[in-house]
Design a protein around this ligand. Structure first.
Ligand SMILES: [Zn+2]
Length: 342
């Protein structure tokens, strides 16, 4: 008995010792970024873009199943709802969708990590949760890249920030994880949020929006270590400079600004949810892999996603959010650019 007790004490002493060794090594932002793995992203995406989500058409049964998945994730991770009443859903009434031919309601999903020093200043990380549904024969548009990729990237980033919170390394500014609905039918969820913001828009520092980061543009087959960035310098040169610096220091993707050109005929800057923030003079970055042969087709499936590349792109967004949340000063929109935007 005594002998056993001593053995147990020895094991306990050893394990304490090793735990101390672990704690004495400083945990860095890179360690948190590295918790975002291709395996985790893949696991989430195979569920989120599965056939039983029925293509996540706004207001449909499948979309409701999708928002339940997101809410359950945040609950399980212990990441609170962004609304004071504890509801993870920002409910959007049918009247807001009144120009749709069928009367529908829908919801954004809102989770929140409160900043430790500047809780009133809000960093938004966003992606749209909906897709285009099914055809009349019940064939599913899975939308794995569009925008399952952005959706599960937001989940993984939230988990990484929450790990930092648990270690006492939480962000100084607050982070809103914003999953918007109704993108495919006209950017409804992001417009609803900006017209009914949970946190004042004047305290909203930035929107980092992800819409499709899991695939490779056919033009980029030879140089796949890239991501298109759109909007980063349109309202704030400082945001653009921070984004470039973070990439250089931590990630090393090719940041391609082809679609940031005002004269680009695709006009992607105006075509996803970040634009509802930009038009309110909130600086934005839109992260995008470009269109590909499966864009808005039934063949946009999870088996075609490049998970390692997607993890690297997600880490870029995470590191950028980390920097914007923790740096000394709040990034500013430029006066001349704001005027130009109006
Ligand atoms: Zn999309």
């Amino acid at each position: 008995m005594k002998h056993l007790f001593l053995t147990a004490m020895a094991v306990l002493a050893l394990s304490c010792n090793s735990a101390q060794t672990g704690a004495s090594q400083k945990i860095t932002r890179v360690d948190y970024a590295n918790t975002i793995t291709s395996a985790d992203l893949k696991q989430h995406l195979y569920t989120y873009a599965a056939d039983d989500m029925e293509g996540r058409m706004t207001g449909s049964k499948g979309q409701r199943k999708a928002v339940d998945y997101l809410r359950d994730f945040y609950k399980k991770e212990g990441i609170p709802a962004a609304q004071a009443n504890g509801d993870y859903f920002q409910h959007i009434p049918a009247s807001f969708f009144s120009r749709m031919k069928d009367s529908i309601t829908s919801e954004n999903v809102v989770a929140f990590i409160k900043g430790s020093e500047k809780p009133d200043e809000i960093i938004i990380v966003s992606a749209h949760l909906d897709h285009v549904g099914m055809d009349k024969d019940g064939n599913v548009f899975n939308g794995a890249d569009d925008d399952g990729s952005g959706t599960v990237a937001v989940l993984e980033m939230a988990q990484a920030f929450q790990k930092a919170v648990k270690d006492g390394n939480g962000p100084k500014r607050s982070i809103l994880f914003l999953h918007v609905t109704g993108e495919e039918i006209g950017l409804f969820g992001s417009r609803y949020y900006t017209e009914n913001p949970i946190f004042p828009l004047e305290n909203t520092v930035v929107d980092l929006n992800i819409d499709m980061i899991g695939r490779i543009d056919p033009n980029k087959k030879e140089t796949p270590n890239y991501i298109y960035l759109i909007g980063s310098d349109k309202l704030s040169q400082e945001l653009h400079d921070v984004s470039e610096e973070v990439n250089k220091n931590y990630i090393n993707l090719e940041l391609d600004y082809t679609y940031n050109d005002e004269n680009d005929p695709n006009r992607f800057y105006y075509r996803s949810d970040h634009y509802n923030f930009a038009k309110n003079n909130i600086p934005v970055i839109f992260y995008f892999n470009g269109v590909h042969e499966d864009y808005h087709k039934m063949t946009d499936t999870p088996d075609k996603i490049e998970y390692d590349l997607m993890a690297k792109r997600t880490q870029l967004v995470f590191e950028t959010a980390w920097e914007l949340a923790n740096r000394e000063g709040r990034i500013k929109a430029d006066a001349d650019k704001i005027k130009a935007a109006k």
